[in-house]
Design a protein around this ligand. Structure first.
Ligand code: ADP
Ligand code: MG
Length: 249
């Protein structure tokens, strides 16, 4: 075995796969630019670290399960005036995640609740947080199947291990009292352990009807709203305003 091969074997054993794959290239650049030993080592290790960070972000992004990818830059704050770019910028420092605060976006369909939730979630992923996005319907399904389905169990495990859980579309479909109970248990175990983003097309006053039990609803709301920032988004549906028409009249 020559020295290069031997070195690659060492790098492999140490799990430094980027270094192994880029050893020749880095050596070549080093000798042609005449850098110091320290610079050479520095470059090699920097490459490994960059590669690992990128891989880990890709993994977190995949695990997050966003329904679409849209950024804050794509959000038109001139159209949606109930929230300002300055407020969102403040949220992007992610201090609220560190403090297990919740963000609640309320408002009718099409005002940008899911877009904001995704865009903020995405920034959280980029900053290194573990995020799970789930819509209420799927969440209830997973909670009910947790004991019988491996997939649901894995999904719930991932949700429990997240720094931020986005629960989208509370209120589209009413839930039974038994389902509300399961939801309450989840909210209780996430309380002051995990930050939440919640979106709902219903105001809090309508939640009791939605969850079939005023006592459970109050207990859920209590925990969700305790440390929270509530955004009431109003205005027209962006979808309807920017509807694509196929007729050009
Ligand atoms: P909601 O969840 O409130 O029903 P969405 O966030 O899903 O609404 O928005 C519906 C569509 O309109 C999405 O494609 C979203 O990207 C777009 N949209 C909504 N509000 C805005 C906005 N202010 N600027 C840009 N796109 C928007
Ligand atoms: Mg939505």
């Amino acid at each position: 075995m020559n020295k290069a091969e031997e070195t690659r074997t060492y790098l492999r054993s140490l799990n430094l796969s980027w270094c192994r794959d880029n050893l020749d290239q880095t050596l070549q650049t080093a000798s042609s630019t005449d850098i110091s030993y320290l610079d050479f080592l520095n470059r090699l290790l920097q490459g490994e670290i960059n590669y690992r960070e990128k891989r880990s972000e890709e993994r977190r992004m995949k695990m997050a399960g966003f329904p679409f990818v849209k950024s804050i830059d794509e959000f038109d704050f001139a159209f949606q005036r109930s929230i300002t770019r300055k407020q969102v910028n403040q949220l992007l420092d992610m201090q609220w995640i560190e403090k297990f605060y919740n963000l609640i976006f309320l408002g009718p369909p099409g005002v940008g609740k899911t877009h904001l939730a995704v865009a903020i979630g995405l920034e959280a992923v980029k900053k290194g947080y573990k995020v799970s996005f789930v819509n209420m319907d799927d969440l209830i399904k997973h909670l009910k199947l947790e004991t019988t389905s491996t997939r649901s169990r894995q999904r719930m495990k991932r949700i429990m291990a997240s720094d931020l859980v986005v629960i989208d579309e509370i209120g589209f479909v009413p839930i039974t009292r038994q389902e509300a109970n399961l939801f309450f248990q989840l909210i209780s175990s996430l309380y002051e352990q995990t930050a939440l983003i919640i979106t709902s097309n219903k105001g809090f006053e309508d939640w009791a009807e939605l969850m079939g039990d005023p006592v459970i609803t109050t207990a859920i709301l209590d925990r969700i709203a305790h440390h929270s920032e509530i955004f009431n988004l109003t205005g027209d549906s962006y979808r309807l305003k920017h509807r694509d028409s196929i007729l050009r009249l």
